[in-house]
Design a binder for this molecule. Sequence first.
Ligand SMILES: C[S@@+](CC[C@H](N)C(=O)[O-])C[C@H]1O[C@@H](n2cnc3c(N)ncnc32)[C@H](O)[C@@H]1O
Length: 260
Amino acid sequence: MQKLQRTYWNGLSAEYQRVMSISLDDFHYGPQIPGDSRLRILPPLHRGMRALELGCGAAQNSIFLARRGLDCTAMDISREQLDAARRLAAAEGVEITLRNAPIERFAEKVDGLFDLIHSSHAFEFIEDPGATIMQCAKFLKPGGSLVISTVHPLYNGDWEENIDEDGNVCGMGLFLPHYFSPPDDVRTKDGRVEVISRAYPVSSWFNWFRAAGLEVTVLSEPAEQSDGTPPYTSPDWADNEGELAAIPGTLIVAGKAAGR
Ligand SMILES: C[S@@+](CC[C@H](N)C(=O)[O-])C[C@H]1O[C@@H](n2cnc3c(N)ncnc32)[C@H](O)[C@@H]1O
């Protein structure tokens, strides 16, 4: 599974960084939704705080935090994504510690504890989010925060035409075959599975945070940003035909470790 993710993201990296428009001036949580300047989910940021980003891509969120004086480590399974992060950080004149590792094994690549561990749309690519959340909690300082945004379970449904009593089409509706086990988003090329993105019920995320001993401080299902340019967008995401106004595409969960 990790080999699949690495190959897929190494192959996609150049295109992803070219097509996506990802702000360095706001902290982003996902496609078409507002950033932290509006959602206000991050804990208060102070110079010298230690932050760890998991599945960082080109590390735009870590660059945003490093510009505010945080000591940032960012990790990804893809060397191509990390090369993009290295170039972007250099162009922005900030220093970030970059590590090439799967999220599932982040603990082997870090020293000490963090004030903030964060991840934007990477946990859907890992095998066992609950186990990794448990591990994250062990690497938080007392009072430290874990902030994860990931694909919302409704987003893994299919859009279908609604049919009224007379058999006429009356708009589109979402069909989700199984809420408790939402279908995987399996991406294929030439009949071969390239990558799998998984979604889980909202309560699973809540329970994983609680099982890890974290107080859940935020559970957010933002609707798409209706004005201005969202901090994470692309022409395709912008052309979502109203889907993201009708259902949440992203789920954000934040939790706090005990103490302080
Ligand atoms: C949708 S991108 C998001 C990247 C970045 N967080 C952003 O917001 O632009 C998903 C990222 O997760 C990384 N990834 C996927 N599976 C991973 C794994 N098991 N361990 C670490 N990184 C992984 C990919 O290489 C990719 O950079």
